[in-house]
Design a protein around this ligand. Structure first.
Ligand SMILES: [Zn+2]
Length: 499
């Protein structure tokens, strides 16, 4: 078999123009499901949060959850959409074992919210992403394939279905196609999902946790030669982290350009993103709307939100995350680029809370964007789940500010905090960490260092004060880094008559 080498990303975007589009599903955090009264807690025993309605039993009738409609309208308003004065739910018909009714209650040609936009910033430049529609639907159950090596149906000995998730309200947010991004398409896609996540989180309608699947993203990508019509798009399903959104677009651009270079047609298909390799694999060929035989849902009354209610919801929207970031940027005295990396790291609220707990902006940012961000990266968890709270970080920084910890010791204390050993003060005393600045305790170590390094001591005596650094180093070593370096330096100079 001959394999053709794939083009580099730079070559691909030099020859072709990408057009992207994103479909994002957000699971709403309502207490009960969309069309029945079943609870929605994540992680409950399988099939314990079900009833005749969400199991699709004959004769069971749905009733819409007002909280789900309200949350959808608030999302639509926050995304600058028009809210429909009258619309209906629709049945999307298809068979799948995790969907007991054999249709999904969704919306088709009458979405609740249409025609909005989101502005995102990449490298200091703003991009407007058009929102085509925001509609309300219900989630499916979950299928678990067991007995195989991959967790996929191929090779599995049995499949288990959990209907706890079936009927949880789901909001689908569909962008208009976004052309003209060139090589930045992957980064803009990622920035859009991050902005969407922040907006929805600020509304308090979903916990928008990608790793738990409460925010899921499908990424459409097509390529065309400059000046030609848009190409055929592929849809990469269920991309489950911000980083994967970027990687999925990038790898599709490379893959498709490789095919187009050889004169091969791109088929409209669903593809799956591979977390391990960073590329996409083919799934099923894409259904078109006619395959689903949509029709208006006869068991639910139309949704006709009162204009005054919508105006009230609009007036009560919280501060936009982008406005908030601009305000915090001024408060914290940092650049736009620094603020962008804070936002990308998911650290805005964490730093804000750390400052509220008493830390300086610089101190708070140092820990979250430094040591803790590094740890989160290494262990592959969100920064908010890294194991330290804003209050603990503020307490740690306070110990540094008071001179009780130096940077090196503070990192060791933080390690203990993250490992669950308690608050910084507790870790400090349990591990016996802490800066020794008591001159009495340090004098012996200083004298020892001077005695062990007579040549260096002589240089300092002769006025070469810079040589004292080596003696400070020796003292730091014998005190296992716990000496206060400034005090040690003063002591050395004093003992050698050089101060
Ligand atoms: Zn139910």
């Amino acid at each position: 078999m001959t394999t053709t080498a794939l083009p580099t990303y730079e070559d691909a975007v030099a020859r072709y123009e990408p057009v992207i589009g994103l479909e994002t599903h957000v699971e709403l955090g309502t207490a009960t499901k969309m069309f029945c009264g079943c609870r929605t807690e994540f992680g409950a025993e399988p099939n314990t949060q079900v009833c005749p309605v969400c199991l699709g039993l004959p004769g069971a009738l749905p009733v819409a959850n007002r909280a789900g409609i309200e949350a959808t309208i608030r999302i639509g308003l926050a995304l600058n959409c028009d809210i429909a004065e009258w619309c209906r739910m629709a049945r999307k018909n298809y068979f799948y074992p995790d969907m007991p009714k054999n249709f999904q209650t969704s919306q088709y040609d009458e979405p609740l919210c249409v025609d909005g936009y989101v502005d995102v910033e990449v490298d200091g430049k703003q991009y407007r992403i058009g929102i085509e529609r925001v509609h309300l639907e219900e989630d499916t159950g979950k299928t678990l394939h067991v007995g195989g090596a991959t967790g996929r149906i191929h090779g599995a000995t049995e499949s288990l279905v959990d209907y706890n998730r079936a009927g949880i309200p789901l909001v689908e947010i569909v962008t208009k196609p976004v052309p003209g991004l060139g090589a930045l398409a992957p980064e803009v896609a990622k920035a859009y999902v991050a902005e969407l996540r922040d907006i929805i989180r600020s509304l308090g309608v979903s916990d928008v946790r990608m790793e738990q699947g409460s925010l899921r993203c499908d990424v459409n990508t097509s390529l065309n030669k400059p000046g030609e019509e848009w190409g055929t798009r592929t849809e990469t399903k269920n991309v489950n982290s911000l980083r994967s959104v970027e990687r999925a677009v990038r790898s599709e651009i490379i893959r498709q350009s490789g095919l187009l270079d050889q004169g091969t047609r791109i088929f409209q298909e669903t593809r799956h993103f591979q977390e391990t390799t960073g590329d996409t694999r083919p799934g099923r060929s894409k259904e078109t709307a006619t395959d689903y035989r949509y029709f208006p849902e006869p068991d639910l009354v139309p949704i006709a939100p009162d204009k005054a209610w919508v105006a009230e919801l609009k007036a009560a929207l919280p501060e936009k995350p982008s406005t908030k970031r601009a305000r915090l940027r001024d408060d914290w005295g940092i650049s736009a680029v620094d603020m962008e990396s804070v936002a990308n790291a998911g650290a805005v609220e964490l730093i804000e809370e750390t400052i509220a707990a008493g830390a300086s902006p610089a101190g708070a940012r140092k820990w979250w964007m430094g040591e803790l961000a590094r740890r989160a990266n290494e262990t592959g968890v969100e920064l908010s789940a890294v194991g330290a709270t804003p209050a603990q970080v503020a307490a740690l920084q306070k110990l540094v500010d008071e001179g009780k910890l130096n940077d090196k010791l503070a990192r060791q204390v933080l390690e203990g905090v993250v490992a669950g050993e308690g608050d910084p003060a507790a870790v400090m005393s349990a591990r016996g960490l802490g800066v020794v600045s008591d001159t009495g305790a340090l004098t012996a170590a200083v004298d020892e260092a001077i005695a062990a390094n007579p040549d260096i001591a002589a240089k300092v005596r002769d006025g070469k004060v810079a040589a004292a650094g080596a003696l400070v180093g020796a003292v730091m070593k014998t005190t296992r880094g716990q000496a206060d370096a400034k005090t040690v330096r003063e002591l050395i100079l004093e003992r050698l008559g050089a101060s």
